[in-house]
Design a protein around this ligand. Structure first.
Ligand SMILES: [Zn+2]
Length: 288
């Protein structure tokens, strides 16, 4: 597919064109898009330089004020945070996993063998998780997570390339999310909580297989789907907290956070109020 690569932001439509992710912002945040007063505004209309920092500059028909609007606003800000306009014109690229410019060869390669894009295309979004978790998972399936290894591929010097959790293997997404010692401990904790045998992942592509191959009730399947995505996202957050904030979390803390956060989101968004904390802790959905 064609995606905008941001330059000066004068050609890419903020809401309508895919640029910050492969899905346009109007589809990611439909309730916010409804409040936009200039629906075909360009990116440079919404990003403004204030004291050397690029800030979002909104033009709402009315301010977002419902829970869902405020939540979408928070997710949208997180997604765009850190993005700056440049001096060059915007470009359009064929959005292959390797990030190459459009060519017939690229299209053919993408159609024929780009498994990561195919996986990402087939990725089913979890309805009870916030968009940021789904976007993370989707980027991860496309190998778009800025690990040290990925940044090195783009010629960005990250110094020590080792995983900060174990200081042994390289900081790449497969290692961080599936193979690191700490991560394996987290997955063991999660497997035991959701009453499944120990997980063995060889790559990130194996993670969602567990959900698609599990034969259980609709509610339990949806819960498991979200828990798998949430676990990946929370492991990534723990990795970032360690690298950027020097906060080290252990397995027990990470699993407890996943349970607590999962309960808040699941119980408030999936058949509201039907599930209690005790049932969630036992991962029991008989009441639903
Ligand atoms: Zn490691």
């Amino acid at each position: 597919m064609i995606r905008g690569v941001l330059g000066n932001g004068r050609n890419i439509r903020f809401w309508i064109d895919p640029w910050v992710s492969r899905i346009p912002l109007k589809s990611l945040f439909p309730d916010l898009f409804r409040l936009e007063s200039e629906k075909d505004c360009k990116v440079y209309h919404r990003l403004e330089l204030q004291d050397t920092i690029w800030m979002l500059s909104w033009k709402w028909r009315r301010l977002p004020n419902t829970d869902i609007e405020e939540e979408q606003l928070e997710d949208c800000v997180q997604l765009i945070e850190g993005i700056a306009l440049g001096a060059n014109n915007d470009r359009w690229v064929w959005d292959s996993a390797s990030g190459e410019d459009f060519s017939v060869f690229q299209v053919r390669t993408w159609l024929g063998s780009d498994r990561s894009v195919q996986l990402a295309s087939a990725f089913e979004w979890c309805k009870w998780l916030p968009i940021k978790c789904n976007v993370f998972m989707w980027h991860m399936l496309m190998d778009r997570i800025p690990t040290k290894k990925a940044l090195q591929r783009r010629c960005i010097d990250c110094g020590d390339l080792r995983c900060k959790f174990c200081n042994e293997q390289e900081d790449c997404i497969d290692h961080i999310v599936t193979a690191c010692m700490l991560t394996c401990g987290v997955w063991n904790g999660v497997a035991s909580w959701v009453n499944l045998p120990q997980f063995y992942f060889f790559s990130i592509n194996d993670i969602l297989q567990i959900y698609s191959s599990s034969g259980c009730s609709k509610a339990k399947k949806s819960a498991l789907h979200g828990v798998l995505i949430l676990t990946c996202w929370w492991i990534w957050k723990a990795r970032n907290d360690l690298i950027f904030r020097d906060i080290r979390r252990n397995v027990v803390e990470i699993v407890s956070d996943i349970k607590a956060l999962g309960f808040i989101w699941f119980s408030s968004r999936f058949k509201k109020g039907l599930l209690g904390w005790k049932d969630w802790q036992r991962f029991c959905f008989d009441v639903m």
